[in-house]
Ligand binder design. Sequence first.
Ligand code: IMP
Length: 226
Amino acid sequence: MSTIVLATQNPGKVSELRSMLNGSGIEIIGLDDLAQSFPEPAENGSTFIENATIKAKAYAKLTGMLCLADDSGLEIDALGGKPGVISSHFAFDGDAEGEAAGLTRQQRDDLNIDRVLKDLDPVEPRDRTARFVCVMVLSDPDGNILASCEGRFEGRIGVPFDHPHCTPADSVPRGSNGFGYDPIFLVAEDYIYTSAEIEPEHKNKISHRGHAVRSMIELIKELQLD
Ligand code: IMP
C-alpha cells in the first residue's frame, strides 16, 4: 500500500481525501500524523501552481514520502485577477507577518471582504465576475511532480447593501456557511445565492476544491502507485 502525506494541518481535509480514496490501496495521512514537526516553506510564488509546487516538493523532501499539496484563492477579473495568491491576506497587501499576525481568521476574513468591496466600488454589478481556483500538486521525495490539476468555481462578487446601485438580488454579505470570501460570492449561473448560503455538501459538488480533489483522485489512481 502507498502512503501520501497531505500538506495540511487541517484534519477535515485529511479525512475527506481519505474517505474518497477508501479501497483504492492508497493511504492518506496529514502532517500532524507524523511524529516530527517540519518547518513551513515560504509560499513566495506568484501563482497558485507555484505555491502548491513549493509546498509539495518541500514536504515530500522533508518527510521522504509522496506529498500532495494545494493552494487556492479568489480571482476577480475587474481587479486583474487579484487577490489571487494573496487572498488570505489581501487587506494587508499579502503581508502575513505585520498587523495581520495578531488577528483571528474571522477578523482577517472580514477585513479582506471590506477591501474587495471597496476596490470594486466603481464596478458595475454585472462586471464583477470572479472565480475561486484550487490547484493540487503531487510530488515524490526527489522533487519529481507526478500529477497536478486545477478546479474552478465561477461566480460574481455582490454589492454592499448600502451601495447606491445595490439591488436585493446582489446585496452582500449574506450567509453563515463556509469561510473567507463566501459571504460575498454569488454562485454562477443564476447569481442568487452566495457560497455562504449553500449547504456544505452542495458546495463540495460544485466548488473549485471539490473539482480539484476529484480530478486528483483520478490521476492518482492512474499512477498505479502500489
Ligand atoms: P487556502 O489556500 O485554502 O488556505 O485558501 C487561501 C485563501 O483563499 C483563504 O484564506 C480564503 O481567503 C480564500 N478561499 C479559498 N477557498 C475559498 C472558499 O471556498 N471560500 C472562500 N474563500 C476561499
